[in-house]
Design a protein around this ligand. Structure first.
Ligand SMILES: [Ca+2]
Ligand SMILES: [Ca+2]
Ligand SMILES: [Ca+2]
Length: 269
């Protein structure tokens, strides 16, 4: 390509980016407008849950009341996942936020087990390298290659918050959810090639990880996932208002975009 052509192409690309597509790539889902029981959102994501040994559904992960219910209270041995395809430029960094509600009926067992939000390989359910049922390992992450942000509700002394894959502080023990209580809050998670952050609101204690070092290498082919489960004890988990936004472009390209857009505006006068 001759220099002049290359220059023109760059202007076209970068001004187009700035003027029509300056927003970062994103996945946004509020689960509104779907009938209760919906498991296909029609956007490339996958909501699924496990079957028992006879092939009958155990978990019934689905949209309920305008939110994604991953696990139900009073149902043991559920495994559920929600897998979201790659979002452009994820390897440069991203921020995810979502609301969650958890509930465990009074009496009986305390709540269990928890869930995670993960960034990494999104393998087909049948080959997911985590748990025999292929829905990940909930409070211990997704399996395969991933970095995971987990909330562990089982009150065995290890309840609290984890970043699976962080090399700095990766564990905060704390009270998440008591029996007979419903809690709601918001999780905010961000990742860049050097550090990661994970905070929550609304729980007894909360995640307070800020700029924790890690060695996880991102890849634009990676996707995002939730993994949740119940065991001999159980809880309801609902997710809503999920937003995943990636870093738009390296700053150099942005500056070029601004510069060339200005140049175009000038020429048009
Ligand atoms: Ca909603
Ligand atoms: Ca209980
Ligand atoms: Ca329960």
């Amino acid at each position: 390509m001759k220099l002049k052509q290359k220059y023109t192409a760059l202007i076209g690309l970068s001004s187009g980016f700035l003027c029509s597509a300056a927003t970062a790539a994103s996945y946004l889902q509020d689960f509104d407008g779907f009938a209760d029981g919906t498991t296909d959102l029609g956007d490339g994501s996958a909501i699924s849950s496990n079957l028992d040994i006879a092939g009958n559904p155990v978990g019934r992960a689905s949209v309920q009341g305008g939110a994604l219910r991953l696990t139900e209270d009073d149902v043991n041995s559920q495994r559920a996942s929600f897998r979201i395809p790659a979002v452009a430029n994820s390897s440069l960094g991203w921020t995810a936020t979502f609301d969650f509600t958890m509930f465990d009926a009074a009496g009986g067992n305390p709540p269990a087990d928890g869930f995670s939000f993960n960034y990494g390989e999104i393998l087909p359910q049948t080959t997911l390298a985590a748990g025999p049922t292929g829905h990940g390992n909930a409070e211990t992450g997704m399996g395969g290659t991933f970095i995971g942000f987990a909330i562990d509700t089982w009150q065995d002394g290890g309840q609290g918050f984890n970043i699976w894959g962080a090399t700095g502080t990766n564990r905060i023990n704390g009270n998440v959810l008591a029996s007979g209580v419903e809690v709601s809050g918001t999780a905010t998670i961000s990742w860049d090639p050097a550090t990661t952050s994970f905070t929550t609101t609304g729980l007894g204690d909360n995640a307070t990880f800020v700029d924790v070092p890690h060695t996880f290498v991102g890849n634009d082919s990676y996707g995002f996932s939730f993994s949740a489960r119940t065991g001999g004890a159980n809880e309801e988990l609902r997710i809503d208002n999920l937003s995943i936004v990636t870093v738009p472009e390296p700053s150099g390209a942005l500056l070029l975009g601004f510069a060339s857009c200005g140049l175009l505006l000038r020429r048009r006068r």
